[in-house]
Design a protein around this ligand. Structure first.
Ligand code: AMP
Length: 170
């Protein structure tokens, strides 16, 4: 099964010059989703993971399934103002402007073994900020995993001090 056949590339979305990787086509097919989840989970089954973190919003899709498969808790990282309890925030630079993500402070315990999941690794800014939040709360990052890595955007440079893995590379 080739996951690549189930990702749709949409040129110039949401802005001119962006080649958007659309996973909604993959989500339509339950067999392909099972295969995707198996691939994400397989190397982690004996790693004594405590929690899986998913990054809003597409990181919630396979992030939550992965947490269920590993039989561990799921923690959402969200855009500002969405989480109701005490949060820790991180603001990071984008090519133009900045962005902020938040996590519940009580979602992670010291030395929790953490997986961070998102659909796409692009510039790596989001993943790097997520790592900083987890580490500030005392978590140990075991792996970052993605469905898709866009090599030309060099996100790998920003996460290279962690174990990272992507199922597909463009
Ligand atoms: P970055 O911080 O640049 O690595 O961007 C990561 C976030 O933006 C991820 O949550 C992705 O869902 C989204 N993203 C960035 N570039 C793309 C793209 N070309 N196609 C789909 N999603 C993207």
């Amino acid at each position: 099964m080739n996951l690549n056949d189930h990702i749709r590339t949409v040129e110039n979305f949401p802005k001119d010059g962006i080649s958007y990787k659309d996973i909604t086509t993959l989500l339509l097919n339950p067999k392909v989703c099972q295969h995707t989840l198996n691939q994400l989970a397989e190397p982690l089954l004996n790693q004594h993971i405590d929690k899986v973190i998913g990054i809003e919003s597409r990181g919630f899709l396979f992030g939550f399934l992965l947490a269920q498969r590993l039989n561990v808790g799921f923690v959402p990282i969200r855009k500002p103002g969405k989480l109701p309890h005490d949060t820790l925030s991180k603001t990071y630079e984008l090519e133009y402007g900045s962005d902020t993500i938040e996590i519940h402070k009580d979602a992670i315990n010291k030395n929790d073994r953490i997986i961070i999941h998102d659909d796409v690794l692009a510039t790596g800014g989001t993943a790097q900020a997520a790592c900083q939040l987890v580490e500030q709360l005392g978590g140990d990052i075991v792996e970052l995993n993605f469905l898709i890595q866009l090599r030309a955007l060099k996100g790998q440079e920003r996460v290279k001090s962690y174990n990272y893995r992507s199922l597909l590379h463009y």
